[in-house]
Design a protein around this ligand. Structure first.
Ligand code: SAM
Length: 260
């Protein structure tokens, strides 16, 4: 990556939002990604996936307002190409969702970053994810928090995600096959809950299993289009904010959509 282009892009992003210089922000946000492209000799070039991952950050995430340095660093580290369907690795860092089989998708990088940022993580949380899918979102969370619990209703997807998560070396992720619209009562309460499928309404079970002061991030709407709801639990009060419109596959379950 050309350092000038990178710096220009960061300057564009940070000029209004931070007093830090672009290069300071970059080194804090992506400590494990060197700025300079070092080519030792003509046969030894940079990993093309690492280059693509860095471009994903500088061209998709930063210009669209992703600011949380933990999230940016995590997405710089997780090898998204190891979570997509075999044969689609070269599309892994494109600015769009990809099919992962069974009519399901791995979400667009930007929506993963946005939802993770909206969880307002500090690092010591226990997080419940509904909709393991490829396992990519769980891996991004595992980079940041203490423990991730993730539920997937399609057994083959859960098993495939388990292989990818183990191969990537994450030991703080526990997967379960089942109906995530009911949450995971035995492991509750959770500091944060993220639902990566679109629900007709917020499942009561998830509200109950959220810790006091915790955040629940969930797309709610009809089967075509939803609003990304950010819900904060304050005792018996649930405060709601809408972050953006979005489009997810359906949350199918007892407190979601019925199976067609
Ligand atoms: N987070 C995933 C990732 O990083 O690849 C993407 C999830 S995909 C957009 C939504 C997933 O939710 C699908 O894999 C789908 O099977 C799953 N799902 C739908 N309803 C569910 C339910 N009630 N419980 C658990 N998983 C569910």
């Amino acid at each position: 990556m050309d350092k000038k282009i990178l710096t220009r892009s960061l300057r564009y992003h940070y000029k209004k939002s931070s007093t830090k210089t672009p290069s300071t922000v970059l080194s804090e946000a992506m400590p494990k990604i060197p700025v300079a492209v070092v080519v030792k000799n003509t046969n030894e070039r940079r990993d093309p996936y690492e280059v693509a991952r860095r471009r994903m950050i500088t061209e998709q995430l930063l210009p669209r307002g992703i600011k949380d340095e933990r999230v940016i660093a995590a997405m710089g580290r997780v090898k998204r190409h190891e979570f997509v369907t075999s044969g689609m690795e070269n599309q892994a860092y494109l600015d769009r969702p990809l099919q992962i089989g069974f009519g399901q998708t791995i979400s667009q990088p930007l929506i993963v970053a946005l939802m993770t940022e909206e969880l307002k993580l500090s690092g010591n949380e226990r997080v419940l994810e509904i909709g393991t899918g490829s396992g990519y979102q769980a891996a991004v969370l595992a980079e940041i928090v203490e423990h991730v619990f993730s539920i997937e209703r399609i057994p083959d997807l859960s098993e495939r995600a388990a292989v990818a998560i183990n191969a990537a070396g994450y030991r703080n992720v526990t997967l379960k096959i089942g109906d995530g619209s009911l949450g995971w009562k035995e492991k509750a309460p959770f500091d944060r809950i993220i639902v990566t499928a679109g629900a007709p309404c917020v499942p009561d079970a998830l509200k109950e299993q959220l810790s006091n002061g915790g955040f629940l991030v969930i797309p709610v709407g009809d089967e075509e289009i939803q609003n990304l709801n950010i819900i904060r639990k304050d005792g018996d009060v649930f405060q709601k904010r809408i972050a953006t419109a979005c489009r997810f596959v359906r949350l199918v379950g007892q407190q979601g959509w019925s199976e067609k």
